[in-house]
Design a protein around this ligand. Structure first.
Ligand code: ZN
Length: 133
């Protein structure tokens, strides 16, 4: 079951620089800085959801390649699910193309998996099951 928008992922060239916009200019609070396997990540909680800033750790990482092709900007929308394995199975059964056949570890130790944008009208959707507290 899809519960809410977990976060909106934004591809940036330099997380620290973009944090200044969200904190100093927009007055929001940055929480949860971390380095996930592929990216430097910053979370900016906003109501019941969050903005996720992503900077590629490697020059040829997925986020770096995205910026090369399309510039900085919105990269994906993450949907929170209660059971990611079940959600992936159901979406596969309904014919959606998956990028990740199995969940992998994302920021905050959440289990994540991406759906292929060719099946979602150009929107990169991430399924995200937060780590149980
Ligand atoms: Zn994300």
């Amino acid at each position: 079951m899809i519960l809410k928008i977990a976060h909106i992922g934004v591809a940036v060239k330099n997380v620290e620089e973009v944090e200044k916009l969200y904190s100093e200019v927009l007055g929001l609070t940055i929480t949860g800085r971390e380095v996930s396997p592929d990216n430097k990540v910053s979370f900016i909680p906003l109501g019941d959801t969050a903005i996720e800033l992503l900077e590629s750790v490697e020059p040829d990482g997925a986020i770096a390649r995205h910026i090369e092709k399309r510039g900085e900007g919105i990269h994906h929308i993450a949907l929170e699910v209660d059971n990611i394995e079940k959600a992936l199975e159901e979406m596969k059964a309904k014919g959606l193309a998956l990028i990740d056949q199995k969940p992998r570890r994302g920021a905050h130790d959440a289990k994540i998996a991406f759906l292929h944008p060719k099946g979602t009208h150009g929107v990169l959707l991430e399924l995200c099951e937060p780590k149980k507290q």
